[in-house]
Design a binder for this molecule. Structure first.
Ligand SMILES: [Zn+2]
Length: 144
């Protein structure tokens, strides 16, 4: 049995070396993907996304299917087979990080706007999830 230690998300050099080893070579996509993963996880409050207590909280949508996606997946531990990695082919270099324990509330009404545990994540296709997420989140910001 192989155990993977939770990465320290603060050390770019170690993350890059590990990601390049897993990917098969070092390339610009590895550097960008490691940086994207570090920033994305930091912004949603996950400091050790591969750790046992955080691995199930993370969902990542990647919009590129090249080297950078491998780096994001390696550093964060998300996987297609685990349904924690979603590939959306918009052909751009982008990734969206979602902490499934995050709830978003309307500041004025305190009404729940979106929850990672809502129907946007459970079941349905990627397209359904993404449309639901965009409709709820972007719609809220358009009305503020
Ligand atoms: Zn590469």
């Amino acid at each position: 049995m192989v155990f993977k230690l939770a990465f320290n998300m603060e050390n770019f050099d170690i993350l890059l070396e590990s990601s390049a080893a897993a990917h098969g070579h070092i390339c610009p996509g590895q550097a960008v993907g490691v940086r994207m993963a570090m920033l994305g996880c930091r912004l949603i409050g996950l400091d050790k996304p591969t750790s046992r207590d955080q691995i199930k909280k993370l969902l990542v949508y990647v919009e590129m299917d090249r080297c950078t996606a491998d780096a994001v997946a390696h550093v964060t531990g998300v996987k297609l087979g685990r349904r924690s990695l979603k590939f959306v082919d918009y052909g751009i270099m982008a990734a969206t990080f979602v902490n499934l324990e995050t709830n978003i509330y309307d500041a004025e009404t305190e009404k729940l706007i979106w929850s990672g545990l809502s129907d946007t994540v459970v079941g349905g296709s990627n397209e359904v999830e993404i449309k639901s997420f965009i409709k709820r989140i972007v719609g809220v910001f358009q009305h503020t």
